[in-house]
Design a protein around this ligand. Structure first.
Ligand code: SF4
Length: 111
């Protein structure tokens, strides 16, 4: 995947729509339930690596595209779950919880 593809707003919109659609169920993305206990995302996981997921956005290496300071899971449109929880579901990582302080290259600003 190229940086151009990563930065493409259309691609982001597609991923968001996919995550929110019935098609998500076909690929195993199950909606999170309140109180659901899931393992935490490990940034050394191959999927995390391919999505440039970092558990602490403050430690995203300089030059990582398309990261911009201030972007974190807790201000990403895709983050789900209870706002009071430090680890919450994200449809891009089904079956895992992401840190609210984390970041990945598919970050989308909350409207
Ligand atoms: Fe999910 Fe958004 Fe966090 Fe990426 S930045 S892991 S898409 S909540």
């Amino acid at each position: 995947m190229t940086d151009k593809a990563i930065n493409d707003p259309g691609r982001r919109a597609f991923l968001y729509a996919l995550a929110a659609s019935p098609a998500a169920a076909l690929i195993g993305a199950k909606p999170a339930r309140a109180g659901q206990s899931l393992p935490h995302m490990d940034q050394s996981d191959p999927q995390a690596h391919s999505f440039a997921y970092f558990n602490d956005a403050a430690k995203v290496p300089a030059g990582t595209v398309p990261y911009k300071p201030g972007q974190r899971c807790d201000n990403c449109q895709l983050l789900q779950g209870n706002a009071a929880d430090a680890w919450r579901p994200c449809p891009l990582f089904p079956g895992k919880l992401v840190s609210t302080k984390a970041w990945c290259r598919y970050w989308v600003a909350k409207p």
